[in-house]
Design a protein around this ligand. Structure first.
Ligand SMILES: [Zn+2]
Length: 348
């Protein structure tokens, strides 16, 4: 089969479109013919320098295949796989949990210490075919295209788990979404509007903010020009927002905390600008602030998201589709932050 692979880490030039053997199935697995695979920023880190990928390349004599957000059709089924049929249209839940630890048994498979991410610890969807446990294959309705389905798992699961499960955002509340032009940010905006919240959104360009306004953002803030917490406080009569969706880290941490109302909740899923942030502990307790972490999401949450997308209540933002062999161009678009929404690779 055709695949985009790399056998050493580096620039986009390490990505090669070539022939590799089709995956062979274990009894509990399915083979999926990949129709669409969305590109994530994690793919760029994996290609450049993530140590987990370096270790995988060192212990294996085969090249690595990226791609964690995958939609396609079931092509083959392992002997012990249940609940799936050949030709089913599916999206793959991106994580493969161990299934036997206490976190997995409690339904919090996103906290499993030994879970593997498809396309990271295992080979992924930058290929004609990918294999995965049958339990990861979630059927998608006819109303949901492969491209839109592939755009959902990581970004929408992350944003849904943050806003709905962790922060428990309620109708009528105010929420601040950082980096609304990115995958998690634009998913967060849609989920927050669906939840009946008023949305403050930040981005680095007026063009991205204009698109956010079209998607329903109530107040937009260009963070390059200003301290966004001042605009948030102005827009809430000095009160602050109930929830902050934070995925930037060190660069925005203090402004994010300063944007919170009394009883406000800050939920964080990422640190693209650095791991360490300070907090004024006196303000934390006086304002009864809650700071919480969030890590991807669960299969039941993905099923809910697929259902909502099938009903047209959530619509992933697609920047563009590119044929699989142009994966390197997709990486350059993300590296240079030229995209608004998802770049999705498709098989011809
Ligand atoms: Zn587990």
């Amino acid at each position: 089969m055709k695949a985009v692979v790399f056998s050493e880490q580096g620039s986009t030039e390490v990505l090669q479109y070539t022939d590799v053997p089709k995956p062979t199935l274990d009894a509990n697995e399915v083979l999926v013919k990949v129709e669409a695979c969305a590109v994530n920023y994690l793919d760029i880190h994996a290609r450049r320098n993530r140590p987990e990928i370096e270790a995988k390349l060192r212990r294996s004599d085969t090249a690595h295949i990226l791609g964690s957000d995958i939609a396609g059709t079931i092509a083959e089924i392992g002997g012990a796989a249940r609940g799936v049929a050949v030709a089913d249209r599916v999206v793959l839940a991106p994580c493969i949990p161990c299934g036997v630890c206490s976190d997995c048994h409690s339904g919090a498979e996103n906290l499993c210490d030994t879970q593997e991410l498809i396309g990271f610890q295992t080979n992924g969807g930058y290929a004609e075919y990918v294999k995965a446990p049958a339990v990861n294959a979630i059927q998608i309705p006819e109303t949901l295209s492969f491209v839109n389905a592939a755009a959902m798992p990581i970004a929408y699961l992350t944003a849904w788990h943050m806003l709905t499960t962790r922060a428990q955002l309620c109708p009528g509340e105010d929420v601040l979404i950082l980096g609304v032009g990115g995958g998690v940010g634009s998913a967060g905006l849609q989920i927050a509007k669906l939840s009946g919240a008023r949305v403050f959104a930040t981005a680095s360009s007026d063009e991205k903010l204009a698109r956010a306004t079209k998607m329903g953002a109530d107040v937009t803030i260009n963070y390059k020009d200003t301290d966004f917490s001042e605009i948030v406080l102005d827009g809430t009569d000095g009160r602050g927002v109930d929830v902050v969706l934070e995925h930037v880290g060190a660069a925005t941490w203090e402004q994010s905390i300063a944007s919170l109302a009394k009883n406000g909740r800050l939920v964080s899923c990422g640190v693209t600008t650095g791991n360490i942030g300070e907090i004024n502990i006196r303000k934390l307790y006086q304002k009864q602030i809650t700071i919480m972490g969030s890590a991807l999401g669960t299969v039941p949450e993905l099923r809910t998201l697929v259902k909502l997308a099938g009903q047209g209540k959530l619509e992933p933002i697609i920047d563009r589709t590119l044929p699989l062999e142009r994966a390197h161009e997709a990486h350059l678009l993300l590296e240079n932050r030229k995209n608004f929404g998802k770049v999705v690779l498709v098989n011809a």
